[in-house]
Design a protein around this ligand. Structure first.
Ligand code: 3PG
Length: 328
């Protein structure tokens, strides 16, 4: 009987691993498609405030239809849920629009290399704003992350300050989003999928007035006509693709957050950037100098080091930070 139990346990552990593997592969693939179409749209139609609003609108619409048609069970929420969601939505909105503004100014690969520095922001925010302490090896593992990002930034051929600052602001905002959202998801009354849907809806409400103020219908109409005349009717499909894939990859990532620790999520997210960086360099023929690529490799290696050091030191019981606590 013991043997049967052990083999059942190992089978269910293998099934769980497979499930997480499928989540990760789907999340990364959807993200690559989003990034490609998002950039294609931004090249022809440089209005990042509108494209980021459309991404949230597409997701909100898809989820409202799914709830109304009972394809997905609508979440049971109360006022406290929405109150707890508000800071998450604000941080999500800022992080999303800042990343999109960044990608409208610089190569997709550059934005994502800077965004691979997110674990460093997690540690610094946790240390200086939340007062959590980390063992020395964790701080040391940030050096390659920060050094690698800095090396890439100073050797970037098409450096642009707005592009750089947008990616940095996105990092900062997403650290807060992840800290608040893990708190908000506690109790598990709302699934990851529905949690992200509510997040989209609220972010859409926050972002819309700002998008109108920053860009507005007049410039959108003129820009749209220009883009359609350049690209042809396919342009509409590009916009739809970037919007729908934005929702899908985020939905899958929040579904996987139900199953994994925030640290695993954070590392998975940085590894996801490798596929985005490589595929966007190939598709958009982005010029890269070897020293620039070296910076990216060092930063990504730093994230791997950071994850290993965090797991090891928390197992040994150093510091107040636990990988099961909110992280990027
Ligand atoms: C966005 O538009 O929100 C960014 O591309 C998001 O980036 P991330 O989900 O890869 O952090």
């Amino acid at each position: 009987a013991d043997l049967i139990q052990i083999s059942e346990e190992s089978r269910s552990a293998a099934a769980q691993k497979l499930k997480i593997g499928i989540y990760f592969a789907t999340w990364w693939a959807l993200n690559v498609v989003f990034n490609i179409y998002n950039k294609k749209v931004l090249i022809a139609f440089p209005f990042p405030w509108l494209t980021s609003t459309l991404s949230l609108a597409a997701g909100s619409l898809m989820m409202l239809i799914s709830w109304a048609s009972r394809v997905a069970e609508p979440p049971k929420t109360d006022i406290d849920f929405w109150k707890a969601l508000a800071p998450v939505a604000l941080a999500h909105t800022i992080g999303h629009v800042a990343a999109t503004v960044s990608m409208s100014k610089v190569a997709v690969s550059f934005t994502h290399i800077i965004k691979s520095g997110e674990p460093a922001f997690t540690v610094l925010v946790s240390r200086f704003l939340l007062g959590e302490t980390f063992p020395l090896p964790v701080y040391l593992s940030l050096l390659p992350i920060i050094g690698g990002c800095a090396l890439t930034a100073v050797t970037e051929l098409n450096f642009n300050m707005t592009g750089f600052m947008g990616a940095m602001l996105s990092n900062l905002a997403f650290v807060f989003r992840n800290i608040f959202s893990k708190k908000g998801m506690k109790g598990k009354s709302v699934s990851g999928m529905n949690y992200y849907a509510c997040l989209s809806l609220m972010s859409l409400l926050i972002l819309t007035p700002f998008a109108i103020a920053m860009e507005g219908p007049q410039v959108w109409a003129a820009g749209w006509q220009n883009a359609v005349s350049q690209i042809g009717p396919n342009f509409v499909w590009w916009v739809i693709a970037q919007s729908v894939f934005y929702h899908l990859y985020n939905q899958v990532s929040y579904m996987s957050l139900d199953e994994i620790s925030p640290l695993t999520f954070s590392v998975g997210n940085t590894m996801k950037r490798i596929s985005v960086i490589v595929s966007s360099i190939i598709i958009f023929h982005t010029p890269v100098q070897p020293i620039n690529a070296l910076g990216a490799a060092i930063a990504i290696f730093g994230t791997f080091l950071y994850s290993q050091v965090t797991i090891l030191t928390s197992k040994l019981g150093f510091g107040t930070f636990k990988p099961s606590q909110p992280s990027a």
